[in-house]
Design a protein around this ligand. Sequence first.
Ligand SMILES: [Mg+2]
Length: 246
Amino acid sequence: MISKSETIDHSSLRILFWDLDGTLVRGARYGIFKDYTVPMLESVFGTAGCLHEMIVSGMTDLQIVEEALRGEGITREQISARKDELQSCYIAEMKRATGNGAHVIEAMPGAREVLQRVHEHPRYLSALLTGNIKPAAYLKLEITGLSDFFQLPGAFGDESFDRRDLPALAAERINEHLGANLRPDQFIVIGDTPNDIACARHFGARVVAVATGRIHSAGDLRAHDPDALLPNLLDSELVMMVLDNL
Ligand SMILES: [Mg+2]
């Protein structure tokens, strides 16, 4: 079978960098992630620091851990040194707290239809660009039935303490995967927070903000000047029109 990337000219391609939480998936209530990240930190570091009180939005998981534990005197180096242990504990606690995730994490309304439409469109390829650690991201895709739409390598929250690093990491992998040399403006970040907009700008990507997150309103997002702003993903025709104009 000839893949989509082989059948068309790379210059017309657009790579969609999808955020996960608040964009493609959501918890049944705010703060579900604390049900498993608090015990994970307590198990690995003996404390969850100030995680209970933190409002978390658009941060990488490594950044969340660093900010939660900073007041305990735990350093970035100490966190990096225990990254493998953190990841395995994270997934074990996540599965335990969510009963393998069913009914606790769900696809955002409209997400499946939009992913299906871009999947069928020759101009687009999809990748994940998320603050989740990689195994957590894939578990969420599996739980929500969205696993089939991501043909390209992405970038994840276990790779940096700063989301702004992620687009360049993913783009390098994608260029290698496709044998291409895509321009930064051929990538389109789609996310629900100012951090998504900031990481797109840092790399030179386009960005569509979607106001389906629990923290930031459409007005908050507009203030960060995304290339386009959508209320949600419910109108797939509108989403396609917005993307086609970028
Ligand atoms: Mg998000």
